[in-house]
Write a protein that binds this ligand. Structure first.
Ligand code: DGY
Length: 288
């Protein structure tokens, strides 16, 4: 089968695909399998397309419904990136809440006065309330790690859990772990952001579009809340107004960005493609 991959995906498993072309998503008559990383996709440019193997658990940019309508199979890589994404979430929680990046900048700028009592204070983690929006695989991994920090944990789930408005109003730290769907697009809007307590910290390692980015920027510019952001609405563009702010920690979509996790993601991509070629059951199909 003719396979086009948008890059050489990390790890040795990639070589098992054999004769793969690495290139951009430009119109092609012969390509039957695309290996992509959630890039926007126009299937009409690939008339022979039969399988889209997505490197990543989130497939919100692929237009899966349209692909399915054309009879194209889609796979993703759930399960293997939960720990890495939960770990990065905690790195952002700790960095934002304990002002780690600000502290680092102070040291580098020679602004450390030598006194411990110079007013550079952060907020305690222990005893605070962590609100988890979406208690799926990644949200649950974040919740498990919270036990070590003696936090009170509240969460929303697909059915049940704490009502979202209540979760926002109660949380000292709010962390988002829902998939991006029409239902979650703009879910944390200006009204909901205003429910956050003064000094609360919002962490997003899911998708930028789940939060109204302009409203979040306004809240951060006002200094009322803090944030740790790994995802943005128009990646790789980051709102310029955030760049000088001390109360936000910014990372470039690193959630799954460990060698072990990215290699495990490639393993699943390759297993799906090989299974498809052999006519065997797929490992992780995206359900229709
Ligand atoms: C995913 O798997 O959806 C991640 O965002 C990729 O890092």
């Amino acid at each position: 089968m003719k396979i086009l991959a948008t890059r050489r995906y990390p790890g040795p498993a990639f070589d098992e695909l054999g004769d793969v072309e690495v290139g951009q998503l430009q119109s092609r008559d012969d390509v039957e399998v695309l290996v992509v990383a959630n890039e926007p996709l126009d299937a009409s440019h690939f008339p022979a397309l039969r399988l889209v193997a997505n490197f990543g658990v989130g497939y919100d940019r692929l237009g899966v419904e349209k692909l399915h309508r054309r009879g194209i199979t889609v796979t993703n890589t759930p399960g293997v990136l939960d720990a890495a994404t939960a770990d990065l979430t905690w790195a952002l929680i700790l960095a934002a809440r304990r002002r780690v990046v600000e502290g680092d900048r102070r040291v580098r700028a020679g602004e450390w006065t030598g006194s411990w009592a110079d007013g550079f204070l952060a907020e305690e983690l222990t005893g605070s309330t962590l609100g988890i929006v979406g208690l799926g695989r990644i949200g649950s991994a974040v919740a498990r790690r919270a036990e070590g920090f003696d936090l009170r944990v509240l969460s929303t789930r697909r059915s049940g859990g704490t009502p979202l408005d209540e979760l926002l109003a109660e949380s000292d730290i709010l962390t988002i772990h829902a998939p991006l769907t029409p239902e979650t697009h703009g879910l944390i809007d200006a009204r909901r952001l205003s429910l956050l307590r003064d000094g609360a910290c919002l962490v997003n390692t899911a998708r930028g579009e789940i939060v109204d980015e302009d409203a979040l920027v306004a809240e951060l510019v006002s200094g009322r809340v803090r944030a740790g952001l790994d995802v943005f609405a128009h990646e790789p563009r980051v709102p310029e107004a955030l760049l000088p702010l001390p109360n936000v920690v910014l990372t470039p979509h690193l959630g799954s960005g460990t060698r072990q996790t990215r290699e495990a993601m490639t393993r699943i991509v390759v297993d799906n493609v090989l299974a498809f070629e052999r006519g065997e059951e797929l490992v992780t199909p995206v359900e229709r």
